[in-house]
Design a binder for this molecule. Sequence first.
Ligand SMILES: [Zn+2]
Length: 231
Amino acid sequence: MNLARQLYQLQELDLEIESGERALEQVTGQIGESQAVLDAQAQLQSEQERLEGLKHQQHTAEWEIDDISNKIAAAAEKLFSGQIKNPKELASLQQDVDMLKTQCNRLEEKALGVIDQVEQSEAAVAGISSELKTLTADWQRQQKQLAEEMARLKAALSDFKQKWQRLAQEIETETVEFYQQLRERKGTAVAKVEQGICRGCRISLPTTDLQRARGRNLVQCSSCGRILFLA
Ligand SMILES: [Zn+2]
């Protein structure tokens, strides 16, 4: 095989390896925790804590209402039992009952407000939970895809690297080194020649260069120094 063609193929493989490594780096960067999932988890935890506090308030209020209701019942029983005859004492007892009833009403109003907040918080917890579930499922699906893409890229890269090794073994070591140095300096070491023009620098090549480039030996463009390859 023409040496320039071999080096051109080596360059094609180098380009594949470079772009594969870039893609792999990009995929690797996307693997990891999701900020959206973490945010939703934190939000859920704080809402659950709020709900717990509200439920505690609700139970306390209910307990207080029970307690005061018992007191009202006991006072009313005493009031209507007929045991107390003294009008002053009766009036005072009636006053106690009225006061307890007012207190009870206030507590019931407060309890209703808390129950309202509990319901709102329960709805918020359900909403965030459902959002978190969706976010987690999306994230898991994405991570699975990324892992698959990563495996595919790694396999392709290793394939290209093997091909590179095999091809490089067919070429003299000094020539491969020369190619690599040229590539480091110029980015592209081998330039295709199309219609007598070097694609590396777009200069029209002299006929003698073109004739020499058809042979077995390597010919460099007299303008840009790249290895000429006649396709
Ligand atoms: Zn050139």
